[in-house]
Write a protein that binds this ligand. Structure first.
Ligand code: GLN
Length: 488
């Protein structure tokens, strides 16, 4: 099969008996190994994957019922726990841990007969925007290996863009699915907070974290989303609302669609080539029958500061469990008492960015500062949510850039955390508001690097943003370009 065949094409070939899941799984593993210089994979689960693939082949050949992704290889971000497969969240703190259980999403992948081929690299505990914060080395962008793939789900985006696997799971707390999808020229969906169970996603900032799908086409992302979404008794925040058939919901034109264009997302500081590319995408939506509506999200300038109070506060609390006693790396040094054991274990196990966030978050939560920082940030969060509610009274979806820049060079920003944080400006607001947004490829800059269009919808309107993204994708050819191919 073609390296860049979609999950839909693979399923058709499998059903027609033209290929086996064992062959597809072997090919995915071989490509992952051959592409090792990208650094996308932390672990390949060869034995588990081939055993499952053989079982799916046998059941399919016997005419037994098989699941919605039967036999299709998929990669899983290492933030998500997998029974019997090492899971580190990109941190030395969890090196060598083999979880005794599967995350709910992984159980669902297995129930759908997808083949988990391995675990994907990421920024440590999902903190970062470039994948340079992984304890196990960076990931490189398949379009230009001197550049970052984005983060924190950099391995997921790179593995899908490079054709190792057609599908992957990522997590998004403030942009970690959408921004790497944009940098690598693939599709990535951040579901509404609560649409997908977080059970078994290693917690970073629990009021923001969401698991979501990556693919090279909107249809593939819709197909995978249908498998992931739904209530879960293990996660009380998982929403009970019925899950629509996202794949069947694709199609139709954009006539009458009102597309909101928030003025705060087209401001000074955005790379002119990114702006021109996204504006061309807006014109394309218009040409397909949509009406562009100027809207305002006035609290946008406060979003990054708000996020970096709330996310770090929640992280400081969530990461307290890694103390070398109950969870995580334990120092081999001599220790004088239990406090010393905690301190040495945490000093050795966590990287610099994680430590910075624990310190920031602990400060924001400390007595005397709580009202000024955490409580204030919660109030601003409400204002940001209201911004979106007001905007959605005037339009059906919002269309914006995903990131103010395209993929930057490795090392270029790593010593400037503030610069790195500020670049999350277009993805963070939707996370704080808890709504849904997708990144879909919308062109390339002069250096041949992908640009992503972000479509934001009201809560639980995954079907709507996917439908718009699909209509746009079908009218354009960006998703047919692949790294390393002629003309790419
Ligand atoms: N880049 C943001 C951060 O560093 C978002 C990360 C994420 O979504 N997990 O926190």
């Amino acid at each position: 099969m073609n390296t860049f065949a979609t999950a839909g094409e693979l399923l058709a070939a499998l059903d027609a008996g033209e290929v086996t899941s064992v062959a597809l799984t072997e090919a995915a593993l071989a490509r992952a190994r051959a592409g090792a210089e990208l650094g996308a994979w932390l672990h390949l689960a060869e034995e588990q994957a081939l055993t499952r693939a053989a079982d799916v082949d046998r059941r399919r050949a016997a005419g037994e019922p098989v699941g919605a992704l039967a036999g299709v290889p998929i990669g899983v971000k290492d933030q998500i726990v997998t029974r019997g497969i090492p899971t580190t969240a990109g941190s030395k703190m969890l090196a060598g841990w083999v979880p005794p259980y599967d995350a709910t999403v992984v159980e669902r992948l297995h129930a759908a007969d997808a083949i988990v081929v391995g675990k994907l690299n990421q920024d440590e505990f999902a903190m970062g925007s470039s994948n340079e914060r992984s304890a196990f080395g960076p990931v490189r962008n398949p379009w230009d290996p001197s550049r970052v793939p984005g983060g924190s789900s950099g391995g997921s985006a790179a593995a899908v863009a490079a054709g190792h696997v057609p599908l992957a799971l990522g997590t998004d707390t403030g942009g970690s699915i959408r921004q790497p999808a944009s940098f690598c020229g693939v599709v990535g969906l951040k579901p509404t907070y609560g649409r997908v169970s977080r059970y078994g996603a290693i917690a970073f900032a629990s009021s923001l974290d969401q698991i979501g799908p990556f693919g090279r086409t909107v249809a593939d992302v819709a197909r995978l989303m249908g498998v992931l979404a739904g209530p879960d008794d293990h996660d009380s925040t998982a929403l009970r609302s019925p899950v629509p058939d996202y794949l069947a919901g694709l199609g139709g034109d954009l006539a009458g669609l009102r597309v909101g264009v928030p003025e705060e997302y087209f401001v000074a500081g955005i790379d002119p080539e990114v702006e021109a590319t996204v504006r061309a995408a807006l014109a394309q939506l218009e040409a397909q029958g949509a009406t562009l509506v100027p809207v305002s999200l006035p609290h946008t300038p406060y979003a990054v500061a708000t996020y970096y109070i709330l996310a770090t506060a929640e992280a400081s609390s969530n990461l307290a469990r890694y103390d070398g006693v109950r969870f995580g790396h334990r120092t081999a040094e001599r220790v004088s008492d239990v406090a010393d054991l905690y301190a040495k274990s945490r000093a050795e196990g966590f990287g610099d960015e994680v430590k910075r966030r624990i310190i920031l978050g602990t400060y924001a939560l400390s007595s005397g500062y709580y009202d000024a920082y955490y409580l204030k940030a919660q109030k601003v969060r409400t204002l940001l949510r209201r911004d979106f509610e007001a905007a959605f009274a005037a339009c059906d979806v919002l269309a914006t850039p995903v990131s103010p820049v395209t993929a930057f060079r490795l090392g270029e920003r790593v010593d400037d955390p503030l610069q790195m944080y500020l670049a999350d400006i277009f993805t963070i607001p939707s996370s704080l508001a808890g709504n849904t947004s997708v990144s879909v490829p919308c062109g390339f800059d002069g250096a041949g690097l992908p640009v992503g269009l972000q479509l934001i919808g009201p809560p639980l309107e995954e079907g709507r943003v996917l439908r718009v993204a699909h209509a746009y994708e079908q009218a354009t050819a960006w998703h047919r370009r692949h790294p390393g191919e002629e003309g790419a």
